[in-house]
Ligand binder design. Structure first.
Ligand code: IYR
Length: 222
């Protein structure tokens, strides 16, 4: 196989089975405490923490290593208000006729509605954009598996947020094109996810959900 990247040794320490077992168990118990939170405290989070979280997201694999994402990190109160206003206008329409009765029924247990105060309360809003193509030396260059790549990067981001000791919400106001306008993003970018990040409000409650058990979501061929 020919390749133009120089290849370098992959040097990482590999661990004995018992350590794998302990580490995988420990990681699972920790990530099992991740919850989506809809009420945020206004307590600030320093920018360097957000930088680390974004650098972790940027470690995700991507099609042809194109890293087809842009993350906007917003702490500016005027921008957060503008985003809240626009998101609530869309969500009002969603909850008053655009969502199907089945969809509204599926959301009822969670008590969500069109109002999104967390878009102003959370100290940071991270908006992930997918870059459907890049412009290199004035010409369009395709990206590959863009949705998969950006989805994985957002997964890394959510995991990093949890591991840092913060909380987030994967928020998908719909349609999201107001984010392109408010954040002045170029034609090759499309909004993908809006992720408020911060500390939970005091005494926040979360729905008492279960997760599927292993046999419910796996099929084994040994
Ligand atoms: N985007 C709306 C509705 C919504 C849809 C799903 I699927 C959710 O899991 C939660 C909410 C909103 O943010 O309220």
């Amino acid at each position: 196989m020919t390749h133009s990247y120089p290849f370098i040794p992959y040097s990482r320490e590999f661990l004995p089975e018992e350590t794998l077992r302990l580490r995988s168990q420990a990681f699972y118990s920790d990530i099992n405490q991740r919850r989506s939170v809809r009420e945020f405290s206004a307590q600030p989070v320093p920018r360097d923490v957000i930088e680390n979280l974004l650098k972790a997201a940027n470690c995700a694999p991507s099609g042809a290593h194109k890293q087809p994402w842009t993350f906007c990190a917003i702490a500016n109160p005027q921008l957060k208000s503008a985003i809240r206003k626009a998101a609530e206008a869309e969500e009002y329409e969603n909850y008053h006729g655009r969502m199907t009765p089945e969809w509204l029924q599926d959301l009822e247990p969670f008590g969500t509605d069109w109002q999104k105060p967390f878009l102003e309360t959370a100290p940071w809003l991270i908006v992930a954009f997918k870059r459907i193509y890049d412009v290199v030396d004035g010409s369009k260059r395709h990206n590959y598996y863009v949705t998969e790549s950006v989805g994985i990067a957002c997964g890394f981001l959510l995991t990093a947020i949890h591991e840092a000791g913060l909380v987030a919400l994967t928020h998908t106001p719909s349609p999201m094109n107001f984010l392109t306008r408010i954040l002045n993003r170029p034609e090759n970018e499309r909004p993908f996810l809006l992720i408020p990040v911060g500390y939970p409000a005091e005494n926040t409650l979360v729905p008492d959900i279960d997760r599927k058990s292993l046999p419910e979501f796996t099929v084994w061929f040994e």
